[in-house]
Design a protein around this ligand. Structure first.
Ligand code: BES
Ligand code: MN
Ligand code: ZN
Length: 530
């Protein structure tokens, strides 16, 4: 393999007190010699290139010779070297930081920046820095995720021909053994990125196109030829006969009928812990459009509300990858799907709904609809015999106020489960932060007429009162709730995110479900005295 075959070669560059410098792999990859190479500090300065994470600098080696050879190695890069089309200096920050979860995140960001700078063509190459202190299969996965997610586009509704993009990304390592490990990792990362991209597609699809029925159909088709996956779709009659009063109530204002999707993954090679297989249930909020209902949102508030099925998309797409990666625990997904619309048949503020588990909810604000549909799905999750439940929901604007656009709120009733979700989110690079769930705030949702009301106190702890309502439906099953109102959507092309749906949560869930430690803890947690 010759570097000239690539349209672009990504070269790791680190920050330093004397200006940016190349990592040690670069000199040897190109010249076969060991040692590091400094970059011309003045030239970098003119280009505003410091080597910070996410910065890139493209140049064509034929015309420019900005690289000084390392002092000990003589003429490392001469003009006789056949130049690759484009050299892309890829900033990776401080070389001491390429370790642990933060190091993986740096690689994702670096790979995304590289791919965005590389342009289109058959293949590009990314030279791995030797300064990594990380297992190569994790490195391969991170590079694949960053590169694929950074080059994601949603063109389904554009008439212009989309740009060609890159055919292949080759990761350049130091040895065949490293190459094998990196390739194995990048296959895994690539499959995960495929699932994340599907979640992004679903969020990005316009709401009158992606109806509850279409969402369900899509997964019926997709899971059809996967023997470990089964899927059931409940229509409005079944939803009524199963007494899903929250979902039915929210759906009442819409001409689109609701659906409840129940999908199940039974591993071919299940983990057996004391004669049983751990069972995780994932629940996702699937409001395919949230107008607010009769408590109508403002035009601006509605603009991004096709995103309100981001939780449902994340859990279904996570399941897709979980099956493809042959995880060894049992996973069930429940997604209540409906629009939230105003009309003559819509629920009215002060109506009372009865959820699946028999508890009653006074609906004072029809825009707090997510917790109503989740109440039913969480009740079903408990009935299905879950060892633990995790729900993902674009639930409250208050979560965005508290944590901004990039961090999800994490709440729940079991500290061990919360700790594991948090750790998985650090490994996947999808930040979450805990919020408390105090019993003392339960009176925020006390109702004048029913078991609870669907809003808390104005301007106070909105994400917490929403989660306190959800807690009424999980019984004593260990449960974690992720309020992804902020991170489900990005308002800009940022790092490996693209403007629009992010697929937030897919990678974290896959990470969690494929972790053996998690599998073992699931069984222990549900039977604490053994
Ligand atoms: N889907 C929204 C929450 C949301 C807001 C998601 C902004 C993403 C960005 C949810 O259904 C909602 O409308 N929540 C209300 C609750 C309130 C009425 C108690 C909110 O947050 O304003
Ligand atoms: Mn709403
Ligand atoms: Zn909503």
């Amino acid at each position: 393999m010759r570097l000239e075959e690539f349209v672009a070669v990504g070269v790791p560059v680190f920050t330093g007190a004397d200006g940016p410098h190349l990592g040690s792999s670069m000199a040897s990859a190109i010249t076969g010699m060991a040692g590091t190479a400094a970059l011309d500090a003045a030239w970098c300065k003119r280009q505003d290139f410091t080597g910070k994470v996410g910065q890139t600098l493209v140049f064509h080696a034929a015309g420019a010779t900005p690289i000084r050879s390392s002092p000990s190695e003589g003429d490392a890069l001469s003009s006789e070297t056949d130049p690759p089309t484009a050299m892309v200096l890829v900033g990776l920050g401080g070389e001491a930081k390429l370790v642990g979860d933060a190091g993986l995140e740096t690689l994702r960001r670096g790979a995304a920046a590289f791919i965005r700078a590389a342009g289109s063509g058959d293949a590009a190459a990314f030279v791995l820095p030797r300064e990594l202190i990380l297992p190569l299969h994790r490195v391969g996965a991170a590079v694949a995720e960053g590169a694929l997610l950074g080059s994601y586009r949603y063109d389904a509704f554009r008439t212009a021909e989309p740009p060609a993009g890159l055919g292949r990304l080759v990761i350049i390592t130091d040895s065949p053994a490293e190459e094998l490990a990196a390739a194995e990792g990048s296959a895994r990362g690539g499959r995960i990125a495929e699932a994340v991209s599907l979640a992004r597609d679903l969020v990005n699809e316009p709401p009158s196109s992606l109806t509850p029925q279409k969402f369900a159909d899509l997964f019926v088709q997709r899971f059809d030829d996967v023997p470990e996956l089964s899927i059931e779709v409940w229509d409005e009659d079944r939803i009524a006969s199963e007494k899903l009063g929250g979902l039915l109530g929210v759906a009442r204002g819409s001409t689109q009928p609701p659906r409840l999707v129940k999908a199940e993954y039974l591993p071919a090679d299940p983990i057996d812990i004391d004669g049983r297989t751990p069972h995780l249930v994932l629940v996702g909020k699937g409001i395919t459009f949230d107008s607010g209902g009769l408590s109508l949102k403002t035009p601006g508030g509605m603009e991004t509300m096709k995103t309100d099925m981001g939780g449902a998309a994340a859990v279904m797409c996570a399941l897709d990858a979980i099956a493809a990666l042959t995880a060894r625990i049992r996973v069930t997904v429940m997604t209540p799907l409906t629009e939230n619309m105003p009309s003559g048949s819509a629920i009215k503020p002060s109506d009372v709904l009865t959820a699946r588990n028999g508890k009653t909810i006074e609906v004072l604000n029809t825009d707090a609809e997510g917790r109503l549909v989740l109440a039913d799905a969480l009740s079903l999750a408990v009935e299905s015999g879950a060892d633990a439940i995790i729900d993902l929901a674009t639930l409250t604007g208050a979560a965005v106020v508290a944590l901004g656009k990039e961090i999800a709120g994490l709440l729940g009733n079991d500290q061990g489960l919360l700790d594991q979700v948090k750790a998985a989110s650090e490994r996947s690079g999808e930040p979450v932060w805990p919020l408390p769930l105090p019993d003392d705030y339960r009176n925020h949702i006390d109702s004048e007429v029913a078991d609870m009301r669907n809003v808390g106190r104005p301007g106070q702890a909105g994400s917490i009162s929403a989660a306190l309502l959800l807690r009424e439906f999980v019984g004593d099953v260990p449960w974690a709730h992720l309020d992804i109102a902020g991170p489900a959507r990005s308002d800009e092309n940022l790092r490996y995110l693209t403007k629009g749906g992010t697929g937030f949560g897919v990678r974290m869930l896959v990470e969690l479900v494929t972790s053996e430690e998690f599998a073992a803890s699931l069984v222990q947690r549900s039977r604490p005295d053994q």
